[in-house]
Ligand binder design. Structure first.
Ligand SMILES: [Zn+2]
Length: 131
């Protein structure tokens, strides 16, 4: 039986990321386009995470749907950025149900060994452990 995991759909920032630094001048057109991408991701249901746009869900189908939506939004601007959309599977403690951080090997509440870090493949729907 596959243990339940919480899925994090990760999509790159538009203007909010590396583009919007003082030493990287962005053309007005590009800036507008990237801001538009940010607005679209936000209205699609992503929230502004620490390092990228994030959508969290327990539902695998929803995760894949959201990842594909983010890819479509990004494709308007950059296929390369669209390809970086990913889904990370957050481990849950099999004993106490506590949510681990991605980097945790053991549950911070009860010390039980957690499932390895994993990614949900957007195309196959398979959960694959990552190093
Ligand atoms: Zn635990």
């Amino acid at each position: 039986m596959e243990t339940e995991r919480r899925y994090w759909v990760n999509a790159p920032f538009g203007i909010s990321d590396f583009f919007d630094t003082e030493d990287f001048e962005v053309e007005e057109d590009a800036r507008r386009k990237l801001k538009h991408i940010d607005a679209e991701l936000e209205s699609a249901g992503f929230f502004f995470g620490d390092t990228c746009w994030v959508h969290k869900t327990w539902n695998k189908e929803e995760a894949i749907e959201m990842a594909n939506a983010a890819k479509e939004i990004w494709k308007e601007w950059s296929e390369d950025e669209a390809d970086t959309v990913s889904i990370t599977a957050q481990p849950i403690c099999p004993k106490c149900g506590g949510l681990g951080r991605f980097s945790d090997e053991y549950c911070s509440k009860c010390g039980t060994k957690l499932l390895p870090k994993a990614e949900l493949n957007i195309d196959t729907g398979k959960v694959i452990p990552i190093e």
